[in-house]
Design a protein around this ligand. Structure first.
Ligand code: NAD
Ligand code: TYD
Length: 372
């Protein structure tokens, strides 16, 4: 059963994956109506949507997904037929320090969206629609080193408050399909990386810290394993599921690309060292721009690696079996890790203003309060 999205609402479209989704969508389907609803929390940045703002087919709405009246009126007024739900509190470390916001946004917020979608798309008179819920592989918990990757039937066993709140929202999405017939799909994706990722997450944090000569904090032994996927590959997967996925179904999305944290950090260190040594961004220019980087005093980036106390409840390994999405809708990632990580580093080097400005705000204050 295929679906043809015409007028989409993207919740959390000023965040990392949501803003990349908006750019991907506008390039893929020029002329289609794109509405973003975002509360602009510390993780949301309108600057990430700058390229879309002057397009008359694009509209940004500053608002909260928990506002039922706002959400239902947007669905009606804008005749939205497809909702892609990215908005969430998304950082595991923050969920450990303060879980309440995670429950409010991720569980209650998702439920408000479902209620509004049901009211407008089913109760007002059935009309073609799709509700896509963007979720995470973290709902499955952790894997032992030799266990097979998570498939869709894997038992839910979330270990952090973040993962538990996402798991609860997945169940609500499923229930609205089973109970009311709302046409929903869910994707559970592995760790994303790419442009516009807030520098609290491992890859952009490491890039920024090297350039500013700050320690690279490795939680515990650094041998935890994650499966990394370039953000556009995630968004292509969502697009395929929206159009060709089966309502009520869930799809795992992953990169078949498992790395330990310490390997990732060492790789980024090597790539940044090359930038300081090489000519493509100009080693001399790099030294002028980033005088606190260790390379400026003859040291390597790896000298900044610092093992710190492990994260509470830290999952040891995630890995995703993307067999269903590839068999049913023909999904395969396009970006190799080698090319994706280089692209990402180049993006952060070319967009220093973006990451410095997002870090000037409440994130810094939060870090100071919690990690002083
Ligand atoms: P993010 O933290 O970068 O962005 C979240 C966005 O949601 C921000 O723009 C924020 O302002 C907005 N938001 C938060 N609360 C809101 C509210 N109450 N109302 C409206 N907007 C609100 O997150 P991300 O990394 O882009 O993740 C997007 C989605 O993808 C999340 O649902 C996350 O669980 C899921 N996911 C992320 C990853 C990853 O590696 N980042 C992997 C798999 C799944
Ligand atoms: P993160 O980017 O926070 O994503 P997630 O917790 O959703 O997987 O972290 C990725 C991995 O890197 C995770 O195992 C925790 C680890 N990590 C560190 O070792 N140091 C850090 O400073 C951060 C932010 C993460």
């Amino acid at each position: 059963m295929s679906h043809q999205p015409q007028r989409i609402l993207v919740t959390g479209g000023a965040g990392f994956i949501g803003s990349n989704f908006v750019h991907f969508w506008r390039q893929s389907y020029p002329g289609s109506r794109v509405l973003v609803l975002d509360a602009l929390t510390y993780a949301g940045n309108r600057a990430s949507l700058r390229a879309a703002e002057s397009d008359p087919d694009f509209r940004f709405v500053h608002g909260d997904i928990r506002d039922y009246d706002l959400v239902s009126s947007l669905l009606r007024q804008e005749r939205i037929d497809t909702l892609i739900h990215f908005a969430a509190e998304s950082h595991v470390d923050r969920s450990i320090h303060g879980p309440d916001e995670f429950l409010d946004t991720n569980i209650i917020g998702t439920h408000v969206l479902l209620k509004a979608a049901k009211a407008v798309w089913l109760d007002d008179g059935p009309c073609p629609h799709r509700f896509h819920h963007v979720s995470t592989d973290e709902v499955y918990g952790t894997l032992t080193p030799d266990a097979p990757p998570f498939s869709e039937g894997h038992r839910y066993a979330p270990n952090s408050p973040y993962a538990a709140s996402k798991a609860a929202s997945d169940h609500l999405v499923r229930a609205y399909h089973e109970t009311y017939g709302l046409e929903v799909t869910t994707s559970n994706c592995s760790n994303n990386y790419g442009p516009y990722q807030f520098p609290e997450k491992l890859i952009p944090l490491v890039i920024g810290n090297i350039l500013d000569g700050r320690p690279l904090p490795i939680y515990g032994d650094g041998l935890q394993i994650r499966d990394w996927l370039y953000v556009d590959d995630h968004n292509r997967g969502i697009d395929l599921v929206l159009r060709q996925g089966r309502p009520g179904e869930t799809y795992n999305i992953g990169g078949n690309n498992e790395w330990t944290n310490i390997e990732i950090v060492r790789l980024i260190c090597r790539l940044v060292d090359e930038k300081f040594a090489g000519s493509d961004f100009g080693g001399k220019a790099m030294r002028k721009r980033f005088p606190r980087a260790p390379q400026c005093s003859g040291a390597k980036a790896e000298s900044l690696i610092t093992h710190v106390k492990d994260r509470l409840g830290h999952d040891r390994r995630y890995a995703v079996n993307a067999g269903r999405i590839s068999a049913e809708v023909g999904y395969a990632p396009l970006e190799s890790f080698e090319t994706g990580i280089r692209k990402t580093l180049d993006w952060y080097l070319a967009n220093e203003e973006w990451w410095r400005s997002v870090m000037d705000g409440s994130y810094r204050k939060w870090v100071e309060l919690n990690y002083a």
